[in-house]
Design a protein around this ligand. Structure first.
Ligand SMILES: C[S@@+](CC[C@H](N)C(=O)[O-])C[C@H]1O[C@@H](n2cnc3c(N)ncnc32)[C@H](O)[C@@H]1O
Length: 222
């Protein structure tokens, strides 16, 4: 099934130093972008809670969460190559063994690479807001996307979203409230207070500098 992409491929070549990082660290932490359905316990070499961040950017939140919870495993998904390189360096520097990285469209990963109900949590922090009205169709959070998310989270698992874009926050709330598979962890129709456990990222800092309100949404899979 084809879908509207939520990103534009930026053809930025890697510098020789970035290429070196990729060549040495990708074999340790990278997951090939092929057609195989992933066995997450085999991928991490253990049974543990499995959590996934969609659009990790430079990986700031992913690395902080993985450091804070060495008992959980984290799969990061993004299409942004230089960000992936930065994340690989951070994983190595922090000697983390509980992070794996997949460079691909999250919609394809959810649809084709993950078994049903395999994840304990999915994080979507500061997805591209696509502010112009005629670009709203590119936003990730749409009813079909949320339905797909629901098929991959375990019962009782968590879907945590954050954005600094008011109009997108309202769209997220509307879509999630209408999804029968999800229950608002706070109260029907309400945003969540910022959980202290959510790491601060560059995009949140930028949003704050611009005077944007930061909105969190916390949902539990039925
Ligand atoms: C605005 S940035 C936010 C990055 C990070 N979450 C943060 O808070 O700093 C959005 C990220 O989502 C990624 N992205 C957008 N659409 C995606 C998709 N369909 N699959 C995977 N990553 C995607 C972009 O490449 C970008 O790195």
């Amino acid at each position: 099934m084809t879908h509207i992409r939520s990103f534009v491929r930026r053809c930025r070549c890697l510098t020789p130093a970035q290429q070196h990082v990729l060549d040495t660290l990708w074999p340790l932490f990278g997951v090939e972008n092929d057609q195989e359905v992933l066995d997450l316990n085999a991928l991490f070499g253990r049974e543990a809670k499995k959590k996934m961040e969609i659009g990790f950017g430079r990986g700031d939140a992913l690395v902080t969460m993985a450091k804070t919870h060495p008992e959980h495993d984290y799969l990061g998904i993004d299409v942004y190559r230089p960000g992936t390189n930065h994340l690989l360096k951070e994983i190595k520097a922090a000697q983390l063994t509980n992070v794996r990285v997949l460079c691909a469209d999250a919609v394809d990963v959810l649809q084709y690479r993950l078994p049903e109900h395999c994840l304990d949590a999915i994080y979507l922090f500061f997805p591209d807001p696509w502010p112009k009205r005629h670009h709203h169709k590119r936003r990730l959070v749409q009813p079909e996307f949320v339905q797909l998310i629901a098929t991959r989270i375990k019962s009782g698992g968590c879907f945590h979203l954050a954005t600094d874009w008011q109009n997108y926050a309202e769209q997220m709330l509307q879509v999630l409230e209408a999804a029968p598979e999800f229950i608002n962890c706070v109260k029907e129709g309400k945003f969540a207070p910022r959980p202290s456990a959510r790491p601060l990222t560059k995009f949140e800092q930028r949003g704050r500098r611009l005077g944007h309100d930061i909105r969190d949404l916390l949902y539990r899979r039925e």
